[in-house]
Design a protein. Structure first.
Length: 801
């Protein structure tokens, strides 16, 4: 109770209190108005005191709420931070698990390995394991055009490709894929057939013939998936069931009951259904390991003895009476379903770099034999595709990583090349590669390669046609390649240099009889050849289109007797040629040979001489005319135009390919003799960080677009490692094989890969985003049910692309 028994609820509030207070103030100051009574003053004072109490109460509540909100927000932030940290830790752990699983599965199931690598990189793009898994998945599938995922539900043991049809052999049953050259091949599980049944697919990819356990021989149209037609019944299950090269005839062998003789039964597919064929005698003095119909219906090829034995022979016999018509050379192989025989002649041991000769002899055809060069000098490593239409030869490029194959079309001798994923033992030197078939239905030949549970469709490309002539090919600008070859790969005879258009392999220019010590550079429409001429170096500049010699000039030599030579263009600039030779460093106009500045005499030129007579120099990016020279005691940075030495880095480099500038030219990396990588600031000539161990480092490739230092590693330099200079450790690696050019990139997304002999050079992507994009362009799909079971808990199950 306040104010004479009035309740607190009667007191003035809000607007009424403000009006009452203001009115009382006017009355108190207005002499014309009688003063307020005591009760009125007490009432107004009580209203004011009550207002103040309410204000203080609200302030206390507001303060308490503020403290609560701040505390709650802090707790939420802490919880969010801890939640994000836990999520990041889980993602990092899952990335490691996925990457390791990807690498372990790659030799046996590359399709699954790719999806796991993509998922690992999505989970943690900075993970060394993730980058390694992604890089090698990209490398294994550089030729991939499409993948047919899990068409059989289990690992595929073999594939036979005919026409636009593939016959797959899992461990249970048979699966036919039709339309394999298109975007959506159709799958058909062949009904009522056991996995060990004897069967054959016709060369046109339409007919499938098999024999049941009770001796019933059946014919099916796999394109229409029709009910089987009965060809014959009551036959002893034959060991061989074959179709003719033209897909019109079928044949099988049965026991005649007579010693040294079997019976051949052969007929047209249409006639067999109406009337089973009569048996024809066929001599069997030894165990028969194969029989083939030929284009001539009156002739058949028979193999006596196992192909791997020295006494194995292929004999051409008459179907009419079994008479021997011809005996093929030892180790001959029957190809194209009996349409031809292939034999091999080893290269003469006295001819350097000669390769064996493959002879393709048509059967039942008057065409002359086709003779082509093999990939190697001996005849030991020859294989056939599963359909028998292509010769398969493996081209060694490294100890690990994908496998490069040379495929020779046994119809015409034309060779192509393809990269296939490696298998567990990398062995493809078997008589028949059961997991590889070739389809020509889509125009250009495509390889169908069974790997794990998937069937991979791989692009092929024309193969180089210069076996027996060692050829080094390098990438050049403008979509061109430069090749160099000598008859004996030595310095005793003249060399040949060619410029080729990469897309068509069309020669643009060829020069022969060149000094074996000739160096070359190609940029724009100019080709420079640099070669010894007495005590100096001569330069011939040619214009490519039209091809003609434009200029000839000599390079400066202050001390002509001084040994060692090197030349390089500045990064992205062909208006200056930087040269070390004759004891001097010079900047030369490459178009005319004019000096851009007086030559700089090097104080001790022999310090820069490497064991092979070369000088290692690399241009400094962003600093025209400046180069780094690798010396025997240090690395020196010179300015060829001012003639000044700018920096001396007190590090002993390993040799050619051991120095690389970053894209700014402010830092230089050195692979040292002590097998470490050191990073130095050029301006201050001070080390930027402690040395990084590089026990198996062979050469530096340069800085890539991701900022990593790319380095060739491994015993023979067939691995590319990515070094994180901030963390001082490896950030991934890929098994590239041989050929990646050292000191070839300065902040680039690709590295050039040169080739020797049977392969083409190519551009190798060296950034993780490019690996991801390439794989997702050809393998963008959801996880399969078996793949989902592999994912560790917490992994995003959505498609990793």
């Amino acid at each position: 109770m306040v104010g004479h028994g009035r309740k607190a609820s009667y007191l003035y509030r809000g607007k009424r209190r403000k009006i009452g207070t203001a009115t009382a103030a006017r009355i108190r100051t207005d002499p014309r108005h009688p003063p307020l009574s005591k009760n009125e003053d007490d009432f107004l004072d009580a209203s004011t005191r009550a207002h103040r109490r309410r204000v203080r109460a609200r302030q206390l509540v507001t303060a308490a709420l503020t403290v609560f909100i701040v505390a709650a927000g802090t707790l939420a932030a802490v919880a969010s931070y801890r939640g994000n940290k836990v999520s990041a830790q889980l993602a990092a752990a899952n990335a490691e698990t996925l990457a390791v699983e990807s690498r372990s599965r790659a030799p046996t199931d590359i399709a699954t390995a790719v999806q796991l690598a993509l998922a690992a990189w999505r989970s943690n793009p900075k993970s060394t394991q993730s980058r390694t898994a992604l890089a090698n998945a990209y490398l294994e599938l550089r030729s991939l055009d499409a993948e047919i995922v899990d068409p059989t539900g289990e690992p595929i043991k073999g594939v036979r490709v005919y026409g636009d049809t593939a016959l797959l052999a899992p461990s249970s049953g048979l699966v036919v894929l039709t339309g394999i050259s298109g975007p959506a091949p159709q799958r058909w599980q062949v009904p009522d057939i056991s996995p060990d049944a004897v069967g054959a697919l016709s060369p046109d990819g339409r007919w499938f013939v098999d024999v049941t356990k009770d001796g019933t021989i059946r014919l099916r149209d796999v394109l229409t998936r029709s009910e089987p037609q009965i060809i014959a019944t009551g036959q002893e299950p034959p060991a061989f069931l074959v179709l003719s090269p033209d897909s019109k005839r079928v044949a099988w062998l049965t026991d005649s009951g007579r010693q040294g003789e079997v019976e051949l039964r052969s007929c047209d597919l249409t006639a067999c259904v109406a009337k089973p064929p009569d048996p024809r005698p066929l001599p069997a003095p030894r165990t028969i390991y194969g029989v083939w119909l030929t284009p001539d219906p009156n002739q058949v090829l028979v193999r006596y003895g196992d192909l791997g034995s020295d006494d194995s022979r292929v004999v051409l016999r008459s179907v009419v009476d079994g008479a021997e018509l011809a005996t093929m050379p030892p180790r001959a192989m029957v190809v194209r379903d009996g349409a031809a025989v292939v034999s091999c002649e080893p290269a003469p041991a006295t001819v350097p770099f000669a390769t064996a000769t493959i002879a393709i002899v048509p059967i039942g055809d008057s065409a002359p034999p086709i003779r082509v060069s093999a990939a190697e000098a001996t005849c030991g490593r020859r294989s056939l595709s599963s359909d028998g239409g292509w010769l398969v030869e493996q081209i060694p490029v490294g100890i690990q990583g994908p496998v490069s194959l040379r495929l020779t079309d046994l119809r015409n001798g034309v060779a192509r090349q393809v990269t296939v994923p490696s298998n567990a033992d990398r062995a493809l030197d078997v008589p028949v590669v059961k997991t590889l078939g070739v389809s020509t239905t889509g125009g250009q030949p495509s390889v169908l390669f069974a790997h794990g549970t998937s069937l991979l469709r791989l692009r092929t490309e024309p193969a180089p046609n210069d076996q027996g002539k060692p050829t080094l090919r390098r990438l050049a600008d403008g979509g061109r390649d430069v090749s160099w070859s000598t008859p004996d790969a030595g310095r005793s005879s003249g060399g040949t240099l060619s410029v080729e258009e990469r897309s068509t392999r069309r020669p643009l220019a060829t020069l022969s009889g060149l000094d074996p010590m000739t160096g070359s550079a190609l940029a724009g429409n100019s080709l420079w050849l640099i070669y010894p001429a007495g005590n100096r170096r001569q330069v011939d500049r040619y214009e490519i289109s039209p091809f003609r010699k434009a200029t000839t000039f000599s390079l400066p030599a202050i001390h002509p007797d001084a040994r060692g030579f090197g030349a390089v263009f500045p990064v992205g600039d062909t208006t200056m040629l930087l040269v070390v030779g004759g004891g001097a460093l010079a900047a030369v106009d490459p178009m005319t040979g004019s000096l851009l500045a007086p030559p700089v005499a090097l104080p001790r030129p022999d310090e820069f001489l490497l064991g092979n007579g070369l000088v290692a120099l690399i241009p400094r990016p962003g600093h025209a005319g400046q180069v780094a020279l690798l010396g025997s005691r240090n690395v020196q940075v010179w300015d060829a135009r001012s003639g000044h030495i700018l920096a001396t880095i007190p590090v002993h480099g390993r040799g050619l390919g051991s120095i690389a500038f970053d894209p700014t030219g402010q830092r230089i990396a050195v692979l040292t003799q002590d097998q470490t990588v050191e990073l130095w600031d050029v301006e201050s000539a001070k080390r930027s960080r402690p040395p990084i161990p590089a026990s198996d480092g062979q050469a530096l490739v340069g800085f890539d677009a991701d900022g990593y230092l790319d380095m060739l590693t491994g015993y023979i330099g067939d691995r590319l490692s990515f070094v994180d200079l901030d963390r001082g450790e490896e950030a991934g690696s890929m098994e590239t094989g041989l050929g990646v050019d050292d000191t070839s990139i300065v902040g680039d997304p690709v590295a050039p890969v040169s080739s020797m002999g049977e392969l083409w050079p190519y551009e190798l992507h060296v950034t993780a985003q490019a690996w991801h994009d390439r794989l997702c362009a050809v393998a963008n799909r959801p996880f399969t049910p078996p793949e989902l079971t592999i994912l560790p808990p917490g992994t995003d199950p959505d498609p990793p692309c």
